[in-house]
Design a protein. Sequence first.
Length: 428
Amino acid sequence: MNRTIYSFFLYLLFPLVVMYLAFRAIKSPDYRRRWSERFGFAKLKPTDVLVHSVSMGETLAAIPLIRRLMAQYPQYTFTVTTTSPTGSAEVVKAFGDSVQHCYLPFDFAYAVKRFLRQIQPKHMIVMETELWPNLLYFAKKQGASLILANARLSQKSAAKYASKPRLSAPMLMLLDVILVQTQAESERFIALGVQAQKIHVCGSLKFDLTIDPDKKQQAIETRNQWQRTDKPIWVAGSIHPGEFDAILAAHKQLLVSFPDALLIMAPRHPEQFNLAAITITQAGFKLARRSMNDDVSIDTQVLLGDTMGELLMLYGAADQAFVGGTLIEGGGHNPLEPAAMGLPVYVGPNHWNFAEITELLANAGGLQCVAGADDLAQVLAAKWNNDNQYQQASTAALAVVTQNRGALAKQFSFIDSLWQSFNDLNRV
């Protein structure tokens, strides 16, 4: 399949794309709005830099890099795109009106061309692996420099690219610079035909997570309000419906030995909040909902973290953390946030999205992989029963984050260098 055939098939799938949006709109009201942006009909102004950062996780990692680039290039205007309402909310929260923001259109040729004709970017930065053939092709055709920043490429994703070489190889060749997180990912890009001199190993921006002291203090104060200073608390963060039952089963086992234990259950997506609440109550637990400001009393067994933007603080209010998307075929979510809070971390077997980071944490002793509910209950209980074991895991998790910081400076340096060369070339 080449790009022309790909574009043709996309048009055939148009009705399914509309059905997908409608389905998401039923589950999440935020998907009912701004459809025009998703099909290239937003009214936009020309911009110097386009940064695409998918959803909330990629956006949070991108924010410090964008801020640094804005400080270095105050003469530039920036457009930041996402594909999810949660990512959109983070952009607005971080930048307000200082950047132009919209959803990135679906990769229909007409939508992408109309979008790019309006904003006319000189430079485009794509975060992680959100690569779209038409987007890259038409941006390069307009003369933009193309950077893939904080790039990650799992073995599974690399195999998918390799299975469609006539589509993926020309797309990857368009990139001017690829800033990868690990050496393993560098080798995967090279195996796909990318020139080695285009690739630079910089580490992950997610290691450069800085914890606001106010957020730490808020976490401490919140735990005190719950009267749980010396009671066991654990978080199941970014979990999905296919994991709800396993998490609650593990907590039921823990309550036998730790009757005062509190589970903070934080679903990944807002549309899952009500389902989570129903599942918890039907399982017979005493529930409090964060969104409703319910009191967390001494007999509360599960707190539903059904708010946005609070997960990091909730990690800080806990002792240990499980990171979701890993007991299902989801690939997992970022384990660095609880690690940066000094929590021992647990994941299920399906953590390929963060394989290298997970391996680093596991080798240091800050993370363990669990098979299911029974396994999870056992490792949580083991840490609460052995303070030395708990402290070692906590210290190890925090040390991995601290020792691997520096990706922000490296990635900024390579982007700055490319932009300077690009500008010098255009002045000639």
